[in-house]
Design a protein around this ligand. Structure first.
Ligand code: PLP
Length: 432
């Protein structure tokens, strides 16, 4: 399978190149040339298949031309070492819980898959070590660092702004050791991102070491997220429910985009809802047909604070730039912090289910948007304990921190302090 750029000004890339480069030369996002439908027999039997087996079938549909099938199967099973269960919250509303992985958020699935795929390519070439550079404002760093932890042949450098990530987030990438180096930059997130960009553009540095990014727009990070939508459908079908509305709390729109790719592969989801916080650029596009990016605003659901969602380009391309087509498949919703907090309280009081602020947007969009006969499934994208202070304050609870999160907090912080000056960062990498 070859991948083209959404900007259509870059050469086609094979999977290996698309994964290592991340972004095409013309700064577009890679798209698969074709999306093949899965056979009818697969959907007929899906309710009797395991999550891992379903995922393997989906993966071979995308990656089967480019990866040896036995290796792909191992890769998928190793990625999905945890479940993504569907849990009933109330009549007609179910949570697809994506927080059972190592860092308690859905990004674990994509990060783990990408790490193993990159390792597969490195082994094939028996080449030198690959170095992943990632700038983070919090959650991406932990998912990528844990996804790559202990993966041979790859070293990860996580750059984060000193004092500007939460203690829970910080310990998830500074306590790991092994092949993970945390770099604490004396600056803000944008400084971290600028250092990473400069590193990719520096010829001398790129001759010295092989660099790659693990950005969320990478095809190896975003496509595997389709796996859990197929599994959710299977579990709902087993319950006898088929008129399913899938609701995805969205920021950069990678997660919902993978679900839409699933739909192109034949996944019979009736329609989709993109739930947003106060960052409503996509919502406005659905209403007006005009895509007008604007600076993001800070909200309770901060992993969705995005003012120019990268994957809009993929959705736009997937549906031939047709607003009519897009609005026939996806509707939108947008919620203020006040509405998010009210939703969390209402859901907890009525059902006992503890929503995190991101999942709350998804739940509320289903409460308001479901039509007669439909069953809604929303993604609970992170464990509420990741936002313990906010959640406890809103609900008046003292929620328990899961063991694997508590374990991070007991670890010893190891980080390298760095100025925001590229010369310092380059000097550090040149010595490695
Ligand atoms: C990243 C993230 C989102 C947004 O997902 P996108 O793929 O960027 O749309 C939502 N919730 C949580 C908890 C996240 O970490």
């Amino acid at each position: 399978m070859m991948y083209y750029s959404t900007n259509r000004k870059a050469p086609l890339a094979d999977l290996h190149k698309a994964v290592v480069k991340g972004l095409a030369e013309d700064r577009g996002l890679y798209m698969p040339e074709r999306i093949d439908k899965l056979p009818k027999a697969f959907f007929d039997n899906i309710q009797d298949m395991s999550f891992q087996n379903i995922a393997y079938n989906v993966a071979s549909n995308f990656f089967g031309d480019d990866i040896d099938l036995d290796a792909l199967q191992d890769l998928v099973y190793d990625t999905l070492s945890f479940d993504c269960p569907v849990v009933k919250v109330e009549e007609n509303i179910y949570a697809l819980e994506l927080f059972h992985g190592p860092t308690l958020a859905f990004k674990d699935v994509g990060a783990r898959f990408m790490a193993r795929l990159l390792q597969y390519f490195i082994r094939q070439e028996s080449s030198e070590q690959v170095n992943v550079l990632v700038a983070t404002s919090g959650d991406t760093g932990s998912a990528v660092a844990n996804g790559f932890l202990g993966v041979e042949g790859i070293h990860v450098y996580v750059l984060y702004p000193k004092g500007k990530v939460s203690p829970i987030q910080e310990c998830q990438f500074t306590t790991l050791g092994q092949n993970i180096t945390a770099i604490e930059v004396d600056g803000v997130f944008d400084d971290c991102q600028a250092l990473v960009k400069s590193a990719f553009m520096d010829d001398e540095l790129n001759q010295h070491m092989k660099l790659t990014s693990a950005n969320s727009i990478n095809v190896a990070r975003f496509l595997p997220q389709a796996f859990y939508y197929f599994n959710a459908y299977a579990r709902m079908k087993a319950l006898g429910m088929t008129d399913i509305v899938m609701c995805v709390p969205s920021g950069n729109f990678g997660n919902i985009c993978s679900a839409l790719f699933g739909r192109e592969m034949g996944l019979p989801i009736k329609r989709f809802i993109a739930a947003n916080n106060a960052n409503d650029v996509f919502y406005n596009y659905l209403q007006t047909g005009k895509y007008e990016p604007k600076p993001s605003v800070q909200t309770l659901a901060n992993a969705m604070d995005v003012g120019d969602p990268s994957n809009f380009a993929r959705i736009y391309d997937l549906y031939g730039q047709s607003h009519e087509k897009i609005t026939s498949i996806i509707s939108g919703a947008t919620y203020s912090d006040q509405q998010i907090a009210d939703t969390m309280r209402q859901c907890y009081a009525d059902t006992g289910y503890v929503l995190d602020p991101h999942g709350a947007c998804g739940y509320q969009a289903l409460k308001e948007g479901l039509k007669a006969g439909e069953t809604g499934v929303f993604c609970e994208t992170a464990h509420p304990a990741k936002f313990k202070e906010k959640v406890d304050q809103i609900l008046g609870t003292d929620i328990t921190i899961p063991e694997r999160l508590a374990a991070f907090m007991k670890g010893e912080k190891q980080s390298v302090e760095m100025s925001k000056d590229f010369a310092d960062f380059k000097h550090f990498l040149m010595k490695r």
